[in-house]
Design a protein around this ligand. Structure first.
Ligand SMILES: Nc1ncnc2c1ncn2[C@@H]1O[C@H](COP(=O)(O)OP(=O)(O)OP(=O)(O)O)[C@@H](O)[C@H]1O
Ligand SMILES: [Mg+2]
Length: 263
């Protein structure tokens, strides 16, 4: 599989949506739009490879053709993995057992007791995305929200064969989002991510703007936007610094204007 194509359906009022959008492996596409506009619905259409049979009437093609039924409904042939907001681990496994189980389910020889270097690499990649590292022996149910999110991102990037990754709002909950997207895109996957955050929206090569249930615009991130993305990232870095200070029990009663103009 090299590309997916989304063909327009209709907006919430039933008017036709003008859309013929193809994205390829290695691309990051962002979805922006007001609350309730239909961003999550757009991702759901891709997740189920809609064929005119969802509320939007959209159709999703794989390499230019309707996907065979088995890719739509059989989980082991799934082309899509989803990183959702809620990670609820049902089994009390250690991180090591959890990753070993995933590797085995996906037919990857992750080594046994004698060689857990692959599992170590995944855990290290996850830990590189967050503030406080977890151990291989940490039970997954004890991971924090940010840590479990990071583990799922590393797991998806390094263990999942699915070429398409859908992310519904990668919020700033202690995960280094730019590093997370770089990790995912390094696996030559198609990443489609809905966001309310300008720092994330400009990380994509292209973005779709949704309103009233339909895509109203397709934008390519231009030169000026890329330059501005760096400034936004720097501002974001300052905000994260404020968060770090609060977390460390510091007060924020210093001169904010100076603080923001320092960098
Ligand atoms: N084209 C459409 N036709 C009919 N219903 C639609 C269409 N697009 C979206 N909807 C419906 O509108 C509702 C809101 O959409 P959705 O949850 O996707 O919004 P959102 O942009 O993700 O909002 P938020 O930013 O709050 O997450 C959902 O019930 C969804 O199924
Ligand atoms: Mg949503």
């Amino acid at each position: 599989m090299n590309s997916i194509t989304i063909l327009g359906g209709r907006d919430k009022e039933g008017r036709a949506e003008e859309l013929d959008f193809t994205c390829k492996r290695g691309e990051i596409v962002c979805i922006v739009g007001p609350t309730g506009a239909g961003k999550s619905r757009f991702l759901e259409d891709i997740e189920c490879f809609a064929q005119g049979d969802t509320p939007t009437g959209r159709r999703v093609l794989v390499d230019g053709a309707a996907p065979p039924e088995e890719t739509r409904f059989e989980s082991e042939k799934k082309l899509v993995s989803c990183l959702s907001q809620n990670m609820n681990f049902v089994m009390d496994l250690s991180v090591r057992e959890f990753l070993a189980m995933h590797a085995e389910a996906r037919g990857i020889q992750a080594g046994g007791v004698e060689d857990d270097s692959f599992i170590r690499r995944i855990a290290a990649a996850a830990n590189a995305l967050t503030g406080e590292a977890f151990e291989l022996d940490t039970p997954v149910t004890r991971l924090s929200g940010g840590q479990s999110r990071a583990l799922m991102i590393a797991d998806t990037a390094m263990l999942s064969p699915s070429p398409v990754v859908l992310i519904d709002e990668l919020e700033n909950a202690g995960v280094d989002r730019e590093a997370a997207l770089n990790l995912l895109v390094s696996g030559e996957k198609i990443i489609i991510i809905s966001t309310h955050d300008p720092a994330i929206a400009l990380l994509g090569g292209r973005r779709l703007c949704i309103r009233g249930g339909a895509v109203r615009g397709v934008f390519t991130t231009g030169e000026a936007e890329r330059a501005n993305a760096k400034i936004i990232a720097a501002l974001n870095g300052r905000l994260l610094e404020l968060r770090r200070l609060l977390r460390e029990g510091k007060t924020l009663d210093f001169n904010m204007e100076d603080f923001f103009s320092e960098h």
